[in-house]
Design a protein around this ligand. Structure first.
Ligand SMILES: [Zn+2]
Length: 461
């Protein structure tokens, strides 16, 4: 569609619109993003390193974890901080940040950044990480989400649907939840159509039924879920609902899966690379293949096993340094994904290009009737009956349809009664009373690609 016109907050004024204060704030940042995307890489680097300098000094001065970490490595901050110096800072793994606990939070988050709120992410690794965000962090999240919409010229008058992980009781089938507009990313600024969401724990049949009733223009979900819906439709001879664009999020999207999705759904497929801890990491270029790193939000590095930068075309580990979180600064945080940089994009944007992202995968649980669904695994619920266990990691493995093993790395051991409660909670979340056996260990081994996945299925449909 053509560029949308913002809503005006002033009577009799619609063109040019004079938006309200929240819209003005979001649009002021969007205007800057509209300009910064075209800056040459050297200019972007200079602006980014000036912001990184502010974050790193703040972390060094107010975050106990980084102060100790830098001191232990004999690091002193120079008068001027640039990318070359930043590359000498220690890398922090997710395990290390998890262990740091409250020492990861700034003792003096700037009060002008607004209230600090805590969030927990277990990603798909099963290791909860607690981190803080400010109003500034949240504003950035809104603005990059809108950039994605604008890049891909979505028509806000259309209907947006999402099928995503949610806790039990939220947006459950058959009805899901329906909102009047596209939410806080879009609604303060533009008129928008309805938006609905459904808990991804719903079965493929329930999801398709819901989608037929909703008739969305845009559908956001995990690639594996959209593929499972396509497979279900193929098996039952149903036709998939007609959708303008599939928006994929939360998992790796391989080129083969992208092709399969396009063919099955006869729709555009646009992927997003984000994480709870650092927000928007990379967005697909609107005019060429590849993902543009969101350099105004994050410094994204790709490094080899020794921690050296990978050359273009060489895959490596992704490290993140967030530019705008002064409550829980993330500095050279190894998120557990792999990616590779590609050549500059012909579109002319100076934002670096990722040609390949190998994110985390999430497997599906197979039920005795042969159907599959997203397992709901949440440590908060499963181990609620045994808080003193202090679970560090856990992985649920489906070896066969009737054989599920829960691997747990924890300080304590549950009583037989607690074991029964944990098993019951897991059975409830898996959607079937599977027999469950427990294995306790000090540390759960990673799979060959270095990932620790929360649910692994060895059952092949
Ligand atoms: Zn591009």
């Amino acid at each position: 569609m053509s560029a949308p016109t913002p809503l005006s907050a002033i009577p009799f004024v619609g063109f040019l619109a004079i938006p309200g204060s929240q819209a003005n704030l979001q649009l002021a940042l969007q205007f800057q993003l509209g300009q910064s995307q075209w800056l040459p890489p050297a200019d972007l680097d200079a602006l980014q390193s000036a912001q990184l300098e502010r974050v790193v000094r703040h972390a060094f001065e107010t975050v106990p974890y980084y102060a100790e970490r830098f001191a232990a490595a004999g690091i002193r901050l120079p008068a001027k901080i640039d990318h070359a110096f930043l590359r000498t800072l220690p890398i922090s793994t997710r395990d290390e940040l998890q262990l740091a606990g409250d020492r990861l939070t700034s003792t003096r988050p700037p009060k002008e950044h607004g209230p600090v709120q805590f969030a927990t992410t277990s990603g798909s690794t099963g290791k909860p990480l607690r981190f803080a965000r400010t109003a500034v962090t949240h504003l950035n999240w809104l603005v990059f989400a809108l950039r994605d919409h604008l890049w891909h010229r979505r028509d806000f008058r259309g209907r947006h649907c999402a099928i995503r992980f949610a806790l039990p009781g939220i947006a459950e089938a058959p009805h899901g939840e329906i909102g009047p507009n596209w939410g806080e990313v879009v609604a303060p600024i533009y008129a928008s159509g309805p938006a609905a969401r459904l808990n991804s724990a719903a079965s493929p049949a329930e999801q398709l039924d819901w989608l037929r009733r909703q008739a969305p223009d845009y559908l956001l979900s995990a690639p594996s879920n959209l593929l499972a819906l396509a497979a279900h439709a193929a098996n039952t001879g149903e036709t998939l609902p007609k959708i303008l664009e599939l928006r994929t999020v939360g998992e790796k999207l391989t080129p083969a899966d992208r092709r399969r999705l396009r063919e099955a759904w006869q729709a555009e497929v646009v992927d997003i690379y984000t994480c709870e801890e650092a927000g928007y990491l990379a967005l697909e270029c609107p005019s060429h293949e590849g993902y543009h790193v969101q350099s105004e939000n994050v410094w994204l590095e790709v490094v080899d096993d020794e921690g050296n930068p990978c050359a273009q075309g060489r895959p490596g580990r992704v490290l993140l340094t967030s530019l705008n979180n002064f409550a829980t600064p993330l500095i050279r945080y190894e998120i557990g994904d792999h990616a590779e940089f590609g050549p500059p994009c012909p579109c002319g944007r100076g934002l670096p290009v990722l040609s390949w992202i190998h994110g985390r995968t999430r497997n599906r649980v197979t039920l005795p009737d042969g159907s599959t669904r997203f397992p709901r695994i949440g440590e908060g619920e499963i181990f609620a009956s045994a808080p003193e266990l202090k679970v560090r990691q856990y992985v649920c493995v489906q070896h066969a349809v009737d054989d599920i093993e829960l691997l747990v790395a924890a300080d304590g051991r549950p009583t037989p009664e607690q074991e029964r409660s944990i098993a019951a909670a897991l059975q409830k979340n898996l959607g079937h009373p599977f027999p469950i056996r427990f294995s306790f260990m000090d540390k759960i081994p990673r799979n060959p690609n270095g990932k620790l996945e929360i649910f692994i299925s060895h059952v092949h449909a």
